[in-house]
Design a protein around this ligand. Sequence first.
Ligand SMILES: Cc1cc2nc3c(=O)[nH]c(=O)nc-3n(C[C@H](O)[C@H](O)[C@H](O)COP(=O)(O)OP(=O)(O)OC[C@H]3O[C@@H](n4cnc5c(N)ncnc54)[C@H](O)[C@@H]3O)c2cc1C
Length: 411
Amino acid sequence: MPDLDLLVIGGGAAGFFGALAAAEARPGLRVLVLEQGAQPLAKVKISGGGRCNVTTSITDPAVLVAWYPRGSRELRGPFTRFGPADTMAWFEARGVRLKTEPDGRVFPVSDESQTVIDCLLAGARRLGVGWQVKAGARTLEKVEKGFAVEASGGQRWTARQVLLAPGGGSAAAYRLAAGLGHTIVPPVPSLFTFNIKDARLEGLAGVSVVAAHLRLAAHNERFEAAGPLLVTHWGLSGPAVLRLSAWGARALAAEGHTGQLQINWLGEAKTEDVLEQLLAEKQAHPRQQTAKHNPLGGMPARLWARLVVLSGIPETQTWADISNKTLRTLAGELTAGEYAVQGKGIFKEEFVTAGGVNLKEVDFRTMHSRVCPGLSLAGEILDIDGLTGGFNFQSAWTTGWLAGQAAATGE
Ligand SMILES: Cc1cc2nc3c(=O)[nH]c(=O)nc-3n(C[C@H](O)[C@H](O)[C@H](O)COP(=O)(O)OP(=O)(O)OC[C@H]3O[C@@H](n4cnc5c(N)ncnc54)[C@H](O)[C@@H]3O)c2cc1C
């Protein structure tokens, strides 16, 4: 008889959630979680700036899936079975009080990710789920009655079923999946900032607009995103950029994280309409200095002044002295400025991997592998990634829960 009913590789969000779901659905099931690091749930700890953005308030599966550049089709069914409302109910029922912020992100009321970790570890203790740290699975083999796993340190286990949940981006973990017959969609980063060295942005770090519209051209593809935009010391960040980095993750990676970015600092405003407003201003206030007087609103004074000057309008020039041609240049700069993305920066709040185990090889009713019986997969090892806002944890909870349920019920 194998040592274990279920061996979980990876002590992260998906792995722990899967282990707990299995043990809860079938008390007495022998479940062990192997974690290669010194602490379980290390990413939960650092997530959401230490607060852990557990999930999102968007609960309708049809709406929710739009937040997943990869995996949206496959996640729709799973979200009807275990979605954000179930996640919230699950944590609340186990003593984690949650709050929803105005932008829809859900956090523990404590504002401490440790609350989530404590809840998961207490659950494991209560249910008799074991976990072992500093135990990275080195080999994973199919044997007659299940699987044999050897961890760093030489310890070996046999298990009837294995849940592979080692997160994204680890070449060694992808090899474990590939060794059992899975194909790996090449991993590339998602949710990153843009490195842009450009005179228009220099010295403006910290300046932001609340509703920019961005267009990106990379690798012969085009992407668009809207939202807050923030100037950083290295280029640009903010939700609009992170969204573009996620939708354009593959195209950007194919071009060494370079591309052509077009910024509309005024959101949806059209160049011709903005030009008309500028011409009207020229009529109305001919003696005012353009760099000091933004008739359009919607952006910080420093940014306005910079775009005015770099459109060829001296700082002290008045509206009356500006040619209509120069005003057209300014309208273009405000609504369709072209910037070269020269590389990717790091985003300290969140960063995920696009790519991973090919979704066609997984049955999303059970998270069972379609190529290796007895194996299930959950979390970021799959070719699934979401935007920022709790979506990445939600896919980890959902796929972990489905895998655990199926492992327990022998579905
Ligand atoms: C800084 C940061 C902040 C984030 N904040 C948020 C947030 O607030 N909200 C949100 O939704 N998402 C957030 N994310 C994304 C989220 O953390 C991940 O999508 C999520 O953790 C994926 O869960 P997982 O269980 O699949 O992988 P992980 O959480 O990465 O867990 C996998 C675990 O497996 C272990 N492992 C790997 N290989 C082996 C092996 N061979 N043997 C044993 N163990 C192994 C790893 O050490 C790891 O602990 C953040 C990411 C980062 C980097």
